[in-house]
Design a protein around this ligand. Structure first.
Ligand SMILES: [Zn+2]
Length: 267
C-alpha cells in the first residue's frame, strides 16, 4: 500500500490507570469491579431521572402539571433533558461493561446486560411518543414539531445506547491470561488491539496508545488484530482481516486530521 512513504512520525501515549498513582485520583486504587459498579449505579440513577423528566412532560401534556411559559419550548426542553440523562447514563453503562464485562455463559443475561441502555432509551421515550401521537389538545403545528423531536430523540437515544462491540468476561479473562502485563497498542479510530507496536496497520496513525490489555478493553479495543495478534484463537479470521484493513484506512484518513487538531505537528 503505502510502502514507499517515509515512516510517519508517531506519538506513543501510555494509558495505565493502575500504575499512574496521581494520589488525587482515588479511582486508581479501586478494583475494576467497584469502578464499574459506581458507573452502573450512576447510570441507573440517570435513567430514572430521564424517565422522571418524561413523566413531567406527560403530566404537562395532559394538564396535571401547570408550568407557565411557551408550550412548545417547554416540551422540547423536557425532551432534551430526558435525552441528555438517557445518553449520559448509557455511556456510563457501556463504560462499566468495558471495565467489567458480563459473562457470556448466560446468553440472556449477556444480551440484557449489554442492552440495558437501549431498554432505558425505549422506556424514556416510547410512552411519551405514543401519547404525543394520540394527543388531541395540542395545536397541529406544536403537535407535529414536538412529535418529530420526540421521535428523533428516541432514535438518537437508542443509537447512542447500543453497544456495537460488546466484550465478554471470558474474552477479557482469556486475554489477561495470555498477555499478563504485556503492553498492547491501539489507535484513536481502530477497533483492534495490537501486540506489535510496528504492526503495519499502526504505521499510519500519528497517535498510538499503549497499555495493559484491561485498558484496551476499557477503551473498547477488544478485537485482536489479525496481523500481529493472530495467535489469539476463536476469531473470525476473514471478518477480522477486513476490519483491520478498514481500520488502517480510517487511521490514514482521520489520524492526520486528528494530529493537526491536537498538536499541529509537521510530517
Ligand atoms: Zn496489528
Amino acid at each position: 500500500m503505502a510502502a514507499e512513504k517515509a515512516p510517519k512520525k508517531r506519538e506513543f501515549v501510555t494509558v495505565n490507570k493502575s500504575t499512574t498513582k496521581t494520589s488525587t485520583s482515588a479511582e486508581a486504587e479501586k478494583s475494576p469491579k467497584s469502578r464499574a459498579t459506581i458507573r452502573r449505579i450512576f447510570a441507573v440513577v440517570l435513567w430514572l431521572v430521564a424517565i422522571a423528566f418524561e413523566a413531567l412532560v406527560i403530566f404537562y401534556l395532559n394538564g396535571t402539571l401547570y408550568v407557565s411559559g411557551d408550550q412548545m419550548t417547554l416540551l422540547i426542553v423536557g425532551i432534551g433533558l430526558d435525552l441528555a440523562c438517557v445518553v449520559i447514563g448509557s455511556l456510563l453503562w457501556k463504560k462499566a461493561n468495558r471495565i467489567d464485562p458480563a459473562s457470556k455463559k448466560n446468553k440472556v443475561k449477556f444480551f440484557l446486560w449489554n442492552n440495558m441502555g437501549v431498554i432505558a432509551a425505549v422506556l424514556a421515550f416510547l410512552p411519551l411518543l405514543i401519547l404525543l401521537i394520540k394527543n388531541k389538545n395540542l395545536d397541529e403545528k406544536t403537535k407535529k414539531i414536538v412529535t418529530v423531536v420526540a421521535a428523533i430523540a428516541l432514535v438518537a437515544a437508542v443509537g447512542l445506547s447500543i453497544d456495537y462491540n460488546p466484550a465478554s468476561q471470558e474474552d477479557l479473562e482469556a486475554a489477561q491470561a495470555e498477555l499478563g502485563g504485556d503492553q498492547v497498542y491501539w489507535t484513536r479510530w481502530g477497533r483492534s488491539f495490537h501486540l506489535d507496536p510496528d504492526c503495519h496497520t499502526l504505521l499510519n496513525s500519528s497517535v498510538v496508545f499503549q497499555g495493559p490489555i484491561e485498558e484496551a478493553f476499557e477503551a473498547n479495543r477488544n478485537d485482536p488484530c489479525d496481523f500481529c495478534a493472530s495467535s489469539f484463537g476463536a476469531v473470525d479470521q476473514i471478518e477480522d482481516s477486513v476490519e483491520d484493513v478498514i481500520e488502517g484506512i480510517e487511521d490514514e484518513v482521520f489520524g492526520d486530521a486528528d494530529a493537526e487538531d491536537v498538536e499541529g505537528t509537521d510530517y
